[in-house]
Every structure is written in C-alpha cells, then in structure tokens.
Design a protein around this ligand. Structure first.
Ligand SMILES: Nc1nc2c(ncn2[C@@H]2O[C@H](COP(=O)(O)OP(=O)(O)O)[C@@H](O)[C@H]2O)c(=O)[nH]1
Ligand SMILES: [Mg+2]
Length: 278
C-alpha cells in the first residue's frame, strides 16, 4: 500500500494565503499527477479569509481538475478546518494534510505516503536525525516549540519528537474512527489527532522530513502559545476520569477561548454547508 492504485486525498488548510498558496498548489498538482499513479485529489480548506485566497484557489482549480476547495465563513481555525476536511475521508483510501506555504515539498510528502501500510499514520518530523532543514524556524519559534514539546511529552508520553510538523497522512479507517474525538480547533489540533490515534491503538510512524520555514507565518506567538497550552491541558482532562466532574466549568472554557480570540470548532448542529467545489 502507499504507492500506486491507492487513492489519496490531500487537505491544505489555508487562511489568508493569497500570496503563498498559488505556486504550492501548482507544484503539488503537477508533481502528484506525474508521480503518483493512484487517484489524487487536493482540497484546500479555507475559512474566514479576508483576502483573495479563494480567488487564487479557484483560478488554479480551473486549470487542474484534481484541485478543489471547501470554504467556511466562520473563523474555525486550522484545526477546525481540518476537522471539517477530514469528513471527506470516505472519498479516498488515504487522507492527509500539508501546509499552504510550501514548507514541505511535494516529493517529501510522497515519501511519507509511501511509508504507510504497516503504520496507520505517517508524520513528518523536523527533529529526528536525518531531517533536511533548508531554512530553520526563528530562534523564538524553536524555543517555544521545544517548551511545547516538553509539556506535551509530560502530559501524554507519546514519544513523538515533532507533533507540530504540518505534513501527515493516515488511512481512511483511522480518520473515520477517531473523527468524533476531534475537538481542538487551534494549532494544538495535531496533539488531539495524534493522541486520539494512540488511544485507539493505531500505529504512528514518525519519519525525518524535508522542511523550509517560510516567512509570513499566521501564528502570533504569545497568544498562540497560551491557547495551545490551554488546549493540551484540555485534551488531557478530556481523557481523564475527572472530566465529567468539570462539567460546571464548561462555560468558563468557552469564555477563555473567546478572550484569547482562539477558534472553537463548530458543534455538529452549527456546521453550515460550506461553499465548495470538490
Ligand atoms: N483554514 C485555516 N487554516 C489556517 C488557519 N491558521 C493557519 N492556517 C493554515 O495552517 C498552515 C500553517 O500555518 P503557518 O502560518 O504556515 O504556521 P507556521 O508555519 O507554523 O508558522 C497554513 O497552511 C495556514 O494557512 C486558520 O485559521 N484556518
Ligand atoms: Mg508555515
């Protein structure tokens, strides 16, 4: 599995990416059409963009039939967008995601896809020996990343060096099984995804990848770090026996996220059907 004949659906979450996304979409479409012989579909998941990302995506989609999009009006965050995008898992054998800024080149993403089979999910890692980093993250980001890693390791013991790399791929059945457990809309979504897989007994393989950090990050370090910290504590509590006792505090949870201007996933009843072309 992993190579040819296996269909692949690649999600790209995108928020105000009109400047960075076009070459990335073209490169992925051209590369996968030429080098992946199974059916390939790329779906950009946008939400609340205030620039012309959708116009750019539509232009590329008109040229490449394998490119589609989903556009949600609400500010549902990267995690929220991926929670909605992963609902398309039924469309392909494998489903995964990658950042819109070209940090992961298409051939490096294909390397991950080729390794699936034994493992249920393959994730790129910038911190394992063998990773090729053309341009590192800034010092502040690297520091925040390592502190976050220590917190995540202490809380979850997953032994994953890089939970936050934007390149991941999983089997359809995995996405379908864990989907109901996904509820973190901010950048800590990846922890939610990985921990729910581990918890369900799926095998995750972390492999060194290739990465070029790109200018124009959408992450505001201070507020994002606080939100991510809150979210990982929340995931830990959700999986603890105490969570049901904390029910009276739920409104407080919503209030804190609002104060941090952090995205919250849409409740099932609130999901408006997105404008889409897939
Ligand atoms: N749909 C959606 N995508 C987002 C949002 N915030 C970030 N992203 C996407 O998530 C990916 C990673 O974001 P980026 O700014 O490159 O993060 P960094 O590289 O970790 O600094 C990019 O594809 C972004 O467009 C959001 O609120 N909604
Ligand atoms: Mg980036």
């Amino acid at each position: 599995m992993g190579v040819p004949e296996t269909s692949l659906l690649l999600l790209i979450p995108a928020y105000n990416e009109e400047v960075r996304i076009e070459p990335v979409l073209r490169e992925f479409a051209v590369f996968f059409q030429g080098n992946y012989s199974g059916p390939f579909q790329l779906v950009v998941v946008l939400n609340g963009c205030t620039d012309n990302t959708l116009g750019v995506v539509k232009r590329v989609a008109a040229e490449f039939p394998c490119v589609g999009w989903l556009d949600f009006p609400a500010a549902i965050g990267k995690g929220g967008a991926l929670i909605e995008g992963l609902k398309l898992a039924g469309h392909a054998d494998l489903i995964g995601y990658v950042d819109a800024d070209g940090a992961t080149p298409p051939h490096a993403y294909l390397d991950l896809v080729k390794k699936i089979g034994g493992p249920d999910c393959v994730i790129g890692s910038r911190w394992l020996p063998g990773a090729v980093i053309h341009q590192s993250q800034t010092g502040n980001r690297q520091f925040a990343s390592r502190v976050f890693h220590m917190i995540v390791q202490t809380l979850f013991w997953m032994n994953i060096r890089d939970t936050q790399c934007g390149a991941k791929v999983m089997k359809r059945a995995v996405a379908e099984k864990i989907h109901p457990a996904l509820r973190i809309a901010d950048m800590a979504f990846d922890i939610n995804l990985l921990y729910s897989m581990k918890h369900a007994g799926f095998r995750i393989l972390e492999v060194p990848t290739e990465w070029t950090d790109q200018a124009g990050s959408k992450v505001a370090l201070g507020r994002s770090s606080l939100t991510m910290f809150l979210s990982v504590v929340r995931i830990r509590l959700i999986y603890s026996p105490f969570y049901k006792w904390l029910r009276p505090l739920r409104p407080l949870e919503g209030w804190i996220y609002k104060k941090l201007r952090a995205p919250q996933p849409l409740a099932a009843a609130q999901v408006p059907s997105p404008k889409s072309q897939i």
